[in-house]
Design a protein. Sequence first.
Length: 92
Amino acid sequence: MSDTITEAALFKPSRSKSESKADTTTAAARAILDDEVSRREAKTAKLRAARLAIEEIDAAAAAAAKPMKKIAAKKPATKKAATKKAVAAKAK
């Protein structure tokens, strides 16, 4: 018998039945949550890549499109000009 008896070997702390079940439940819950987190992060990365690709295509299309000519807006008629036109129309 070469095994020596030590205090640590003699009095090993043993878990109660409820502690063992709780540890099993905790481990299972953490595994499920870790799986959900990894799936969510993968989905987020995939969607981000798709969004960036679409934005890149839109930017290239906008750069390739010809710029439209700006049309100068007409100034609104003043009250005096409208009155002169009305007087001229009555005179005819």
